[in-house]
Design a binder for this molecule. Structure first.
Ligand code: ADP
Ligand code: MG
Length: 238
């Protein structure tokens, strides 16, 4: 488990500054949710934490260690994307086992982990299928399973439910909440859905154009929004 600390983190793409100096202290075991309009920098912040993009300036600490220059695979993080990103030619089992094979775990260890994650996500009967033989909801479970088997200290979720229909969204949201309860891992979760944010978050971070507008519990933001932007964002449907 680990805390995640950002100190004056900035990110530019060429001359375009996208993240303008973010300070944030995500507590060990916390469920933190980023909300904000499209293009405000939510995915970029996750990608900086995961190490998929380089930080332009500032410092990032995970579990007390400065990780600006640490390879993504060494950060103890697993990321779940909106678009699943499964390998189409591999079975569900192999998709989930793949990262562990790279980490040189033993066959027995890999098998135990894959089956345990499959049990948690109720996809044990799908392990031999290919991604194209799965529904969207099942694919997203496999993507979550692939994250779980790595026992990450930190889970990053980038709008994981947005491709699912309404009923599956609710069900998968409940499973993600249970995953948090079971693992007590730190979770950083991006959504543009207020209900998801309000129900999942210990704290919500409201982003606007690469800056933090407000950080607080769902109730704090709902009852005491710092400004009209926050009030408008959490108060009215998208
Ligand atoms: P969000 O996830 O909140 O919708 P993003 O983090 O994807 O926003 O994008 C924030 C801003 O950074 C946008 O203006 C986007 O166009 C820009 N951006 C993101 N990735 C890149 C990139 N690789 N190169 C150039 N600009 C990018
Ligand atoms: Mg995004």
């Amino acid at each position: 488990m680990a805390d995640v600390v950002l100190k004056n983190v900035r990110k530019s793409f060429g001359r375009a500054r996208v993240i303008h100096g973010v300070d944030l202290d995500v507590k060990d075991g916390e469920f933190l949710v980023f909300v904000g309009p499209s293009g405000c920098g939510k995915s970029t912040l996750l990608r900086l934490i995961a190490g998929l993009e380089d930080i332009t300036s500032g410092d990032l600490f995970i579990g007390g260690q400065r990780v600006n220059d640490l390879a993504p695979a060494k950060r103890g993080i697993a990321m779940v994307f909106q678009s699943y990103a499964l390998y189409p030619h591999m079975s569900v089992y192999d998709n989930m086992a793949f990262g562990l094979e790279l980490a040189k775990s033993s066959k027995a260890q890999i098998d135990a982990k894959v089956r345990e994650a499959a049990r948690m996500l109720q996809i044990e009967n799908l392990l031999d299928r290919k991604p194209r033989q799965l529904s969207g909801g099942q694919r997203q479970r496999v993507a979550i399973g692939r994250a779980i088997v790595r026992d990450p200290k930190v889970f990053l979720f980038d709008e994981p439910l947005s491709n699912l229909d309404a009923a599956l969204r609710v069900q998968t949201r409940i499973e993600i909440a249970k995953l948090h309860t079971d693992t007590r891992a730190t979770m950083i979760y991006v959504t543009h859905d207020q209900v998801e944010a309000m129900t999942l978050a210990d704290r919500i971070v409201v982003l606007n154009a690469g800056r933090i507008e407000q950080v607080g519990t769902p109730l704090e933001l709902y009852h005491r929004p710092a400004n009209l932007f926050v009030a408008g964002f959490l108060g009215s449907p998208q």
